[in-house]
Structure formats: C-alpha cells, structure tokens
Design a protein around this ligand. Structure first.
Ligand code: PSU
Ligand code: MN
Length: 297
C-alpha cells in the first residue's frame, strides 16, 4: 500500500483475516438521489451488508486520499457538490483535495488496489444509446475487464443501450450471471434484458462460480444481475423523454447519467426514486451474502 490510499482499521482487519468485505460506491450517494437522500441510501446499504455478516467498505476521495471505509460523518460529506470520479479522475481528485464521489469504475479501481473482491451497486454504466457522436461508453466497463471482483447490480442502467453493453461485456470476457433469472434485469424492471451467460440459484453457487473463474486465471470482474423485487415495467416512454431532454439541453459526458436519473425521479412522481433506493440496498445485501459464502469455501 502507499500513502495515497487509506483503508479504515475495520476494513483493514477484515481483509487481513480474509473475512467478507463489500465495497460500496459514493457516486450514487452524491449524484444518484436528490440532495440529502443519497447519504441515507449509503448508510442503509452499509447496514444491510453488516446484517448479512460482512464488513462494508464505502469508497471515495477525501482530504487528498483515496479512502476505503468511511464513517457516517465522512459519508455525509458526499453531497451534490462532490466531483464525480471515475478511474481517470482519481489522481487529480486526490492531488487537488476534492471530495471525489467514486463511480463503479472508480470504486473497482480501489478494490483492485486493496484486494476487495465484492461490490454492490444499483445499475452498471455501459454503452449509451444511439452510439452518439462522440460515442459515450462508461469507464465502468474498462475496470470490469481488469478487476477481480464480483459486482451485484440490477443489470445495466436501462437508460443505456443494454443489448450493446451486454455484447461488449461478452467481448471483454466478463461473465454475466443471472440471480434466479435467464435474462438480465433492466434496472427498474425485473426482466426484459438480453440473455445472461449463466444462471445461478443461490449466493453459494455464485461464490463457487467466482472462485472457479478466478481460479482459471481469469482476471475480470463478474456481474451478478439481481432482478429488483418490485418491477417498474412502464418507464420506457419516460426514459426516452429524459434522454431527449438531456440532448436538447446539451447535457453530455459524466453529467448525462445523473441528469436522466433525476429527470425520472421527478417525472415518475418518485416511483423510480423508491425503486432505485430499494434495489441498491438489496443488491448490497446480496453482495454481502455472496462474500460470506466465498469466505467459507
Ligand atoms: N447505479 C445507480 N445510480 C447511479 C449509478 C449507479 O443506481 O448513479 C452510477 C454509478 O456510479 C455508475 C455511474 O458507475 O452511475 C455510471 O456513470 P457513467 O454512465 O457516466 O459512466
Ligand atoms: Mn460516460
């Protein structure tokens, strides 16, 4: 380890003893919910990870360090004015003393650096719709290609081109497992995505597949897609309006995803907000269950 990364004592001890640790991101805390509400989602995710017997390791940049494991006061600093920090942004955020909310990709980079093998999130980033000019492909995919971690999410965010993202995951050799499902969940919707590369029925089975994948010398992540318990199946028209709105207002790059999520939260009368919160904390809990199974293999 070097002095750019600070691991909390609790997470450090758990890693040293090879106990179950689950990484959580801070972009959704800072930018995935209306001001103030994201911190509650982060805290509830941590609670669910603990309840399942694992140690939460929430990741973000604070005070010139990449921090792994935050306390409540520290998590509270990840407000709407935090910088969105993907893998390319880590170094500058550290040097410049920014409050840096790490994306899935940024969080996976921390996982690789400190040896955390499990993570929970809401929905992965991927290929944006229409392969726009310039093309927009989430840096989440680049880190999935090179980080040995199993990440539980409700598939790929449905505001993206999900089939194209699934094809790219295949190209990168990233297993896409369905948790009791043959097709990838569509974030807010439980079903309707492209076929998964393999279906597992339990946390224990997912843990065994992960061990075999890494045991074969595969150095990629594994996506475990968990369908949200409550499925919102009528959102496509609203998603199209949100994307059109973003386009008309000239929103681009890292701002697209938070813009469209906020649009949906507002225009659905809070339905996507509740759904997003529930699926994030449930995914964190499942990531913890898999991590606990893995530790006992
Ligand atoms: N899942 C959610 N809400 C979010 C995200 C995931 O339920 O806000 C974030 C993650 O941090 C993910 C990021 O890495 O969206 C993808 O952003 P982009 O499309 O700009 O790569
Ligand atoms: Mn992007």
């Amino acid at each position: 380890m070097n002095n750019l990364i600070v691991v909390s004592p609790e997470v450090g001890h758990a890693l040293a003893e090879r106990r179950a640790v689950v990484a959580l991101e801070t972009t959704l805390v800072a930018h995935g919910f209306p001001p103030g509400e994201g911190v509650a989602v982060g805290l509830e995710s941590e609670r669910r990870v603990r309840e399942a017997g694992a140690v939460p390791a929430t990741v973000g940049v604070l005070d010139n360090k990449l921090r792994v494991g935050l306390d409540e006061g520290e998590l509270g600093r990840f407000g709407a004015d935090a910088r969105k920090v993907g893998p390319r942004d880590l170094a500058a955020a550290i040097v410049q003393g920014a409050v840096g909310a790490t994306t899935v990709g940024g969080t996976l980079a921390a996982c690789r650096a400190v040896g955390i093998g499990f993570m929970g999130t809401g929905g992965l980033g991927g290929v944006h719709r229409g392969f726009p000019n310039p093309p927009d492909i989430s840096a989440d995919l680049g880190e999935l290609m090179r980080t040995e971690a199993l990440i539980v999410s409700s598939g790929v965010k449905s505001i993206l081109d999900v089939p194209a993202t699934a094809e790219l995951l295949e190209t990168l050799g990233v297993p896409v497992l369905g948790f009791g499902t043959d097709d990838l969940p569509l974030f807010y919707a439980a079903h309707g995505g492209p076929p998964v590369s393999g279906r597992v029925e339990s946390a224990e089975e997912a843990a065994r597949v992960a061990r075999a994948h890494w045991g074969l010398g595969r150095h990629t992540s594994i996506l475990l897609g968990r369908p949200p318990s409550e499925s919102l199946d009528d959102l496509e028209p609203l998603i199209e309006r949100g994307l059109a709105d973003a386009h008309e207002q000239g929103v681009s790059g890292q701002n697209v995803t938070p813009f469209v999520l906020a649009f949906l939260h507002r225009e659905s009368g809070g339905r996507t907000l509740a759904a997003n919160r529930d699926l994030i904390v449930d995914n964190a809990a499942l990531a913890a269950e898999v991590a606990v199974e893995y530790a006992s293999l």
